[in-house]
Design a protein. Structure first.
Length: 91
C-alpha cells in the first residue's frame, strides 16, 4: 500500500502542485508589475528622508573635523538631480 501511495503523492505534487504554485505566483507578479501611486509617494518620502539624514551626517562630520583637525572627512558622493532619479526608477 505504501509502495503505491508515496509515488502517487510525489507525482501529484510534481505535476499538479508545483505548476500550480509557480503559475499562481507568476500571475501575482504580473498583476503587480508596476508600482502604485502609494508606493511612489513612499519612495519619494524615503528619498527625502535619506537626503536629509545625509545632510545631517555631513554637518556632523564638518563639526567633528573642525574640532579634530587630524580626522579625515570623507568626500560626499555626487548627488543625482531628482529628475535623473525618476528616470532611473522608470527603467
Amino acid at each position: 500500500m505504501e509502495d503505491v501511495f508515496l509515488p502517487v503523492v510525489i507525482c501529484g505534487f510534481l505535476f499538479i502542485g508545483m505548476p500550480w504554485i509557480i503559475l499562481h505566483y507568476v500571475t501575482q507578479w504580473k498583476k503587480s508589475g508596476s508600482i502604485t501611486r502609494e508606493d511612489e509617494s513612499l519612495l519619494d518620502e524615503l528619498y527625502e528622508t535619506a537626503r536629509r539624514l545625509d545632510d545631517r551626517l555631513h554637518s556632523i562630520e564638518r563639526i567633528v573635523a573642525a574640532e579634530t583637525p587630524e580626522l579625515e572627512v570623507r568626500r560626499p558622493a555626487p548627488e543625482l538631480p531628482r529628475a535623473d532619479i525618476r528616470q532611473i526608477r522608470e527603467k
